[in-house]
Design a protein around this ligand. Structure first.
Ligand SMILES: [Fe+2]
Ligand SMILES: [Fe+2]
Length: 286
């Protein structure tokens, strides 16, 4: 089986494809319409520098999430690579580990250069996801379904960032990171979808029905985590009281629409291959 298309292209270290001296704070790190408070009148009335500061912090929240997911994924993938008897499959997994390490190195470098100290994600959803991610047997249908979710949702936000918005100056460094990351992630997601489809086909219907009850809250919690940063992100952006700003984000219809739109193709894919998920499983709010 062809696991990855990326077998012949020479590997390029992303760290050396970015002009790190160009890191700039006088610009957006996420387009204004991709922020959790986009369209909220109290937020839109703030000075430009304050709104841009939130874009820096929300982007760092995405990077922290990326670091967490990639660490978990690399750990599990290393085990799959080790166990695989097929040299092509093993090589495909090892290439993916190499690419994820390259992404994490970019994230670490931008976090370091940002001068912004953001706490590591610690929500109940993250702790549960971490525990499940380490407990679920790698290579199982549930494992690959979680990988599909973990790869696809943040990557769709990454694409939002690259689409270009008129009159918005986006950081060239962030744009480059997003482009490199989404190119690799598109291949990772394609591989995860194929593996997920195969593993799902091998699962008995009763088992899939049971596992769907585990996956549904995970999908909801992850969608929330990605789209609704925890209060410390607002605090670090200087928006206080942070809980009030977060509550505004949670009620924000613009954000809700984006969260639905971001999760929709993944939800549709999982439902199509047999997972028992409802349309609103990705859009519940705390
Ligand atoms: Fe990645
Ligand atoms: Fe990936």
């Amino acid at each position: 089986m062809q696991l990855s298309a990326n077998t012949t292209a020479p590997y390029e270290d992303p760290l050396f494809q970015i002009d790190w001296d160009a890191v700039d704070h006088q610009c957006w790190w996420l387009p204004p319409d991709a922020l959790s408070l986009a369209g909220v009148p109290e937020f839109e009335a703030l000075p430009l520098a304050d709104r841009q500061r939130l874009s820096h912090c929300e982007y760092l929240h995405l990077l922290q999430t990326g670091l967490w997911l990639e660490a978990l994924f690399v750990e599990r993938l290393a085990l799959l690579a080790w166990r695989s008897g097929d040299p092509h499959t093993r090589a495909a997994y090892l290439r993916e580990i190499r690419e994820e390490a390259g992404h994490s190195l970019m994230f670490v470098e931008l976090i370091r250069r940002s001068g912004i100290a953001l706490a590591l994600p610690q929500s109940a959803g993250v702790r549960l996801g971490h525990a499940l991610g380490r407990w679920i047997p790698p290579g199982s249908a549930l494992f690959w379904a979680m990988v599909v979710i973990g790869e696809e949702l943040p990557n769709r936000l990454n694409r939002q960032l690259q689409r270009g918005v008129e009159d918005v100056t986006l950081s060239s460094v962030v744009f480059r990171i997003a482009r490199i990351h989404s190119r690799d992630e598109a291949m990772h997601a394609a591989l995860a979808r194929r593996q997920c489809e195969e593993a799902t086909r091998r699962s008995a219907p009763w088992r899939l029905a049971l596992l769907s009850r585990v996956l549904a809250p995970m999908l909801g919690a992850f969608t929330r985590h990605v789209h609704y940063p925890p209060a410390p992100v607002y605090e670090t952006a200087g928006l206080r009281p942070a809980r009030r700003w977060r509550a505004l984000a949670l009620r924000n219809p613009v954000r809700r629409a984006l969260a639905r739109q971001t999760a929709a193709p993944t939800l549709e894919f999982l439902r199509r291959i047999g997972w028992n998920l409802r349309q609103d499983d990705a859009a519940r709010h705390p």
